[in-house]
Design a protein around this ligand. Structure first.
Ligand code: ATP
Length: 312
């Protein structure tokens, strides 16, 4: 079932079109990536999805409910972690979560359980009694995540949660996302302009630039949009002319470059097989030190489709 359906959303600020006919759907239990550079329209889209902003055109359903017409029911599905922090600095992590939990009507044993779970899954259990003003930026961001899951939302929307934080907190956030997705089947909508994060976390992705769809589908589909070619890097002994010529004759080899102990191949993903390559190496008595096969990464996909880099 699709827990999120975005259909033909357009949005203008004054005369400027910042979202241009955007459509996609997110399946229940997916980790879905919304990627684009600064100013692409990600936050505007999230604000429309969460009912904070009206679109000029199109519709969005959350859990089957229209975000405008049945907003109370639709919003029950949502947990939002915005870019800005919303925490009380002068009280402890625990007391912040107690406050946010009570806003959702939680009390007693259930409130305690939810606080413990939220602290545990964000890696903050040891800091539960510390005042938030003593926290690093990354720890505050994690506490913000913990606050957003107190009501156990079915969908968690994270707007660039790793911007400007330390690597340790970044890893905690990744573990948190994978953990809550696995344990509670929480659907995740993750926005970022870091391609490698989306590459690591997400199954399906939507790439947006200047308000327009650039690519949409499974990670594999999106990567295959630019090319079916993979790169193969070989580190071997006994590289000679005959070997290179024989490698070039292997079905699916598009290009072959070599240095003294390394060969780099560009191969056609659908027709190239490793077996004939291994036979050629064996008959040339070339001992293999390493073989690596690389797919294009999402950064390369974005560059190929837009002609520009995600981050300058
Ligand atoms: N309230 C507003 N009034 C006018 N223009 C706006 C408003 N909010 C956003 N914009 C413009 O809409 C475009 C999309 O902005 P948006 O914040 O959605 O992008 P983003 O992809 O989330 O980028 P970032 O990562 O920088 O937040 C930008 O050109 C921005 O300047």
């Amino acid at each position: 079932m699709n827990i999120i359906e975005v259909k033909n959303i357009s949005k203008k600020f004054e005369d400027k079109l910042v979202l241009d006919n955007i459509s996609f759907s997110v399946e229940t239990g997916d980790i879905f990536g919304l990627i684009g550079p600064n100013g692409a329209g990600k936050s505007t889209l999230i604000n429309i999805m969460t009912g904070l902003l009206d679109a000029n055109k199109g519709s969005i359903t959350i859990g089957g409910f229209d975000i405008k017409k049945e907003s109370i029911k639709a919003k029950e599905f949502l947990g939002l972690v915005p870019q800005e922090l919303a925490l009380m600095e002068t009280v402890s992590a625990h007391d912040n979560l107690e406050f946010f939990g009570s806003l959702y009507g939680l009390k007693g044993k259930l409130l305690k359980e939810r606080i413990n779970y939220a602290l545990d899954i964000t890696g903050l259990t040891e800091k539960r009694k510390d005042k938030v003003k003593k926290f690093s930026g990354g720890m505050k961001r994690r506490l913000n995540l913990a606050a957003a899951i107190m009501h156990e939302p079915k969908i968690l929307i994270l707007d660039e949660p790793t911007v400007g934080i330390d690597p340790q907190s970044r890893n905690h956030i990744f573990e948190f996302i994978k953990g809550i997705n696995k344990e509670k089947n929480t659907t995740i909508l993750y926005t970022s302009h870091y391609m490698e994060e989306v590459e690591y976390l997400c199954n399906n992705i939507f790439i947006i630039d200047e308000g327009k769809e650039i690519a949409y589908g499974s990670k594999k589909t999106v990567k295959s949009m630019i090319s079916n070619n993979n790169k193969v890097n070989l580190r071997i002994d006994n590289i000679n002319k005959d070997l290179i010529n024989n490698i070039k004759l292997i079905n699916g080899v598009v290009d072959c470059e070599n240095s003294h102990d390394e060969i780099n191949l560009l191969v056609e993903g659908n027709s190239f097989k490793l077996e004939p390559l291994l036979k050629v190496l064996e008959s040339n008595k070339s001992a293999i030190k390493s073989i690596n096969v690389d797919e294009p990464n999402l950064e390369e996909v974005f560059l190929a489709l837009t002609g520009k880099k995600l981050r300058d």
